[in-house]
Design a protein around this ligand. Structure first.
Ligand code: NAP
Length: 276
């Protein structure tokens, strides 16, 4: 069955890979981009299966117009993939209100606004599917990534609420929690982290940068998440949260068995090496 899909943030990374996978399978994808040129590659590759939509997910006023572009032929939507996201890094104490608002607005509030805008269409589809691209940061909060984790933990709560509230209409709501994936999001995070080296949190920076470098090294291709999303869309399984990382032991066993204070001690030991 060919499905009508709406994906946020298809300019690069995971969103682009999911869009490509679904278009190649014959589905019709509406994908949001912020710059016209970012939609050209998919438009050229899949002229009959992809339509770019210019949209910044922070733009509240344009949302009804965006939804009407998707509903212009008929008023249903089979699949919504909330993928657009940013990673704001830095110590909690030093993040500005603006930093936190931006993180929460893009990664959480926009997801809620967009989901609400498409619920009538998902219900009309009679077997609607929503996939929220969450993160392993919804399971473990690293120092310097507090704001990002806050957004992803909250996204998990939103996912649970929507999943239960939409049960009567057979709309299934999932979250995918990827570990490190090779996308431009890491370069952006690295640039922002450098700014805190001269603060009291300077001693955290070597470990934070080390973890970032390691994440870049072990990062998996976005196509892996695209295949997982395609499988979820096809099978609509009863399982609701999909952890996707090479380090399943850490997230599923280590974090469950060991008290948080153990991890805190390991973090402190690392940081102390760099304290004068
Ligand atoms: N990469 C990882 O290791 C990783 C791991 C776990 C979870 N994730 C999650 O995966 C999702 C996709 O990220 P990615 O890694 O694929 O990074 P990415 O390549 O930077 O893609 C992020 C997408 O979101 C879009 N976006 C950001 N802010 C937006 C806004 N205000 N309005 C509209 N679109 C906006 C970007 O558009 P522009 O190009 O215009 O900025 C881009 O298309 C995010 O939710 C992220 O948290 C990533």
């Amino acid at each position: 069955m060919l499905l009508k899909v709406f994906i946020t943030g298809v300019s690069s990374g995971i969103g682009a890979a999911i869009a490509e996978n679904l278009c190649a399978s014959g589905h019709f994808v509406y994908g949001t981009v912020r710059k016209t040129e970012d939609g050209l590659r998919l438009s050229k590759a899949f002229p009959n299966h992809f339509r770019p939509i210019l949209y910044d997910v922070c733009d509240i006023e344009s949302l009804p117009k965006i939804a009407s572009q998707v509903y212009h032929v008929d008023d249903h939507l089979d699949v919504l993939i909330n993928n657009a996201g940013i990673a704001v890094s830095g110590p909690m104490e030093l993040l500005s209100d603006e930093d936190i608002e931006k993180q929460i607005d893009v990664n959480l509030k926009a997801v809620i606004r967009i989901t609400n805008a498409f619920i009538p269409g998902l219900i009309k589809s009679c077997s609607g599917t929503v996939i929220n691209i969450s993160s392993v940061s919804a399971r473990f909060t690293s120092p310097m990534l507090g704001a990002y984790s806050i957004s992803k933990y909250a996204l998990e709560a939103a996912t649970d609420a929507y999943r239960r509230e939409l049960l009567p209409w057979n709309v299934k709501v999932y979250s995918i929690q990827p570990g490190p994936i090779k996308t431009p999001i890491w370069e952006k995070a690295g640039q922002e982290m450098k700014d805190y080296s001269n603060s009291r949190y300077g001693p955290f920076m070597p470990s934070a940068n080390m973890i970032l470098k390691r994440s870049v090294r072990i990062a998996e291709p976005p196509e892996k998440i695209a295949r997982l999303a395609a499988k979820i869309i096809k099978n609509r399984p009863s399982k609701t949260k999909f952890l996707s990382t090479g380090n399943v032991f850490f997230y599923k066993v280590f974090l469950r068995i060991l008290p948080a204070s153990w991890m805190d001690r390991l973090i402190l030991a690392q940081v102390k090496k760099h304290m004068k």
